[in-house]
Ligand binder design. Structure first.
Ligand code: UDP
Ligand code: MG
Length: 143
């Protein structure tokens, strides 16, 4: 099924200069980048984005990390984009992520894990709308 998903290159990966390589992996896997922006998240923006985790012990540190530097946010579109992106990312804990996955290659630990990816159709819709207006989302290029 043709889907859209939200991706974030997190501050750790932006800091280490991995933005280009990570975006390359999406495109090489057949995902089209149909919206893209670089921004620095405010505490309020990060708190809202991760509100689902607000009761978890790692929430405060996670919000601080997400605000620690610029992020690169994109909308990826393609067949099974949500699952495909999660497969490219690898598991949450970078120390458990195999080489060849984004987290395995660019992440550090369970918090500083290089990328975010939506985990289902509902969250994808909500997360895309959290960062992008309809006018900022472009149709993929045709051959
Ligand atoms: N995280 C953390 N400690 C944990 C679990 C998660 O710092 O024990 C952070 C990590 O950056 C992760 C984010 O919180 O990417 C969201 O957690 P989630 O369980 O949704 O993992 P994801 O969907 O990103 O794989
Ligand atoms: Mg998640």
């Amino acid at each position: 099924m043709l889907e859209r998903t939200l991706s974030i290159v997190k501050p750790d990966a932006v800091r280490r200069g991995a933005t280009g390589e990570i975006l390359q992996r999406f495109e090489s896997a057949g995902l089209s980048i149909i919206a893209l922006k670089k921004l620095r998240m405010s505490e309020e923006l990060a708190r809202g984005f991760y509100a689902v985790h607000r009761e978890r012990p790692f929430y405060g540190d996670l919000v601080k990390f997400m605000c620690s530097g610029p992020v690169v946010v994109s909308v990826l579109q393609g067949a099974e984009a949500i699952a495909k992106n999660r497969a490219l990312m690898g598991p949450t804990d970078s120390t458990q992520a195999p080489p060849g996955t984004i987290r395995g290659d660019f992440g550090t630990d369970i918090e500083q894990n290089a990328v975010h990816g939506s985990d289902g159709p509902e969250t994808a819709r909500a997360e895309i709308a959290y960062f992008f207006n309809a006018s900022e989302i472009l149709a993929p290029c045709e051959a």
